[in-house]
Design a binder for this molecule. Structure first.
Ligand code: NDP
Ligand code: PYC
Length: 335
């Protein structure tokens, strides 16, 4: 596969230029481009440049407001509401981050209800900066029907990721970020592009038969991770990012979507907790390190997020290898 090495800053510039070419204003374009560049930097290619065509389709069709002006209000002592003005999620998230952190510091716990945004990104980007500010965070977002409820027969839940960040004094935050499906749909899209077979147990074709063919699974459905357990987590996320905050479920997002291949309109919930306000007497930070030491002491075990941080260090030193096929798609978008 032919590739070109790009620096992370070049990826951001390319993505921003492409989004502005389709009418996005600079503020919104830079926020999305930053998320794309960080995904490429951390080796999360399924949510990097590969998504630009989806992002720009949604500008072309008019589904996304490329000039969105998100607003943030406090609706209860611990609850903030950010309205994304039907734009992409990254600008609203960036604007709401500091108020969320400040509210968590003041109240001990705070929640952000993000509505009327189009989310298409990896979720660790939401929790890592909050954890870097010393606050633990949980984030979840729904999508469009892609995952079969346990025992059911057709897609209903989104791939609904859950991300968690825990601050550490002398190391980058502990972060995990996982889809409710066995793997994210983006990973299946990547396998289809690269002509790779899927591992068994990821999904089924449109007739419900298990399949290792990524295109058949994209046309069919994904399975929840861990059977009924992942299925319940996907359901909880539908409730948190939907019913709780007055936004839609994945199946409702699909019903109102114009099928342009871009991100659907929906909601997200982030919960932020200040660990110094929960009354621990053991020193929460050093206490947590004792757990991490025990995990890492086991041969073969590692902390989630470590692979991403390794990728990040490598990308910052040597740049990111971007497939020529991805670059030619972007060239075509820029014509
Ligand atoms: P993975 O299954 O690749 O990884 C899930 C998590 O498990 C990561 O935090 C990963 O850390 C960790 N992990 C993996 N292997 C190990 C291990 N051996 N030991 C300890 N931890 C491990 O991700 P998914 O396919 O579930 O999701 C990929 C991305 O897709 C996510 O970023 C998610 O946010 C995104 N997504 C976005 C959606 C949206 O609607 N916006 C919908 C669904 C998914 P590490 O990174 O270090 O490997
Ligand atoms: O990978 O499942 C996924 C996904 C959905 C929306 C953005 N990414």
């Amino acid at each position: 596969m032919s590739e070109k090495i790009l620096q992370v800053s070049e990826i951001k510039t390319l993505a921003s230029e492409c989004l502005q070419h389709y009418g996005c204003d600079e503020r919104n374009a830079e926020a999305v481009a930053d998320v794309i560049a960080r995904a490429e930097r951390d080796g999360c290619h399924a949510h990097g440049l590969m998504r630009l065509a989806g992002y720009t389709n949604a500008l072309k069709s008019g589904k996304v407001n490329g000039k969105a002006k998100p607003t943030i209000e406090s609706i209860a002592p611990s609850v903030l509401r950010a309205n994304g003005d039907q734009g992409y999620a990254p600008l609203a998230l960036a604007l709401a981050r500091e108020p969320l952190i400040a509210t968590a510091r003041k109240q001990g716990i705070a929640a952000l209800a993000l509505t009327e945004t189009h989310h298409f990104a990896a979720l660790w980007g939401e929790v890592e900066p909050i954890a870097r500010a010393g606050i633990c965070a949980l984030a979840c977002v729904s999508y469009m029907p892609a995952v079969i409820p346990a025992g059911g027969s057709g897609p209903l839940y989104g791939t609904n990721p859950l991300a968690f960040g825990w601050p550490r004094a002398d190391a980058p935050p502990l972060v995990f970020d996982q889809a409710s499906s066995v793997v994210a749909r983006g990973e299946v899209m990547l396998a289809a592009r690269e002509g790779r077979e899927l591992a068994p147990g990821i999904g089924v074709d449109s007739e419900g038969h298990p399949s290792n063919d990524p295109q058949a699974v994209l046309d069919g459905a994904l399975l929840a991770f861990g059977g009924h357990k992942g299925s319940s987590i996907a359901m909880m996320i539908e409730l948190f990012a939907g019913a709780l905050i007055g936004e839609c479920f994945s199946f409702e997002a699909a019903a109102r979507d114009n099928k342009d291949g871009g991100p659907p309109l929906g909601g997200e919930l982030i919960i932020a907790m200040d660990p110094s306000r929960f009354g621990d007497a053991l020193g929460w930070a050093s206490h947590a390190e004792r757990l991490f030491e025990q995990i890492e002491a086991q041969n073969g075990a590692r902390l989630p997020g470590d692979r991403r941080y390794r990728n990040r260090a490598q990308s910052m030193a040597r740049g990111v290898a971007v497939p020529a096929s991805v670059l030619s798609t972007i060239d075509a978008l820029l014509q």
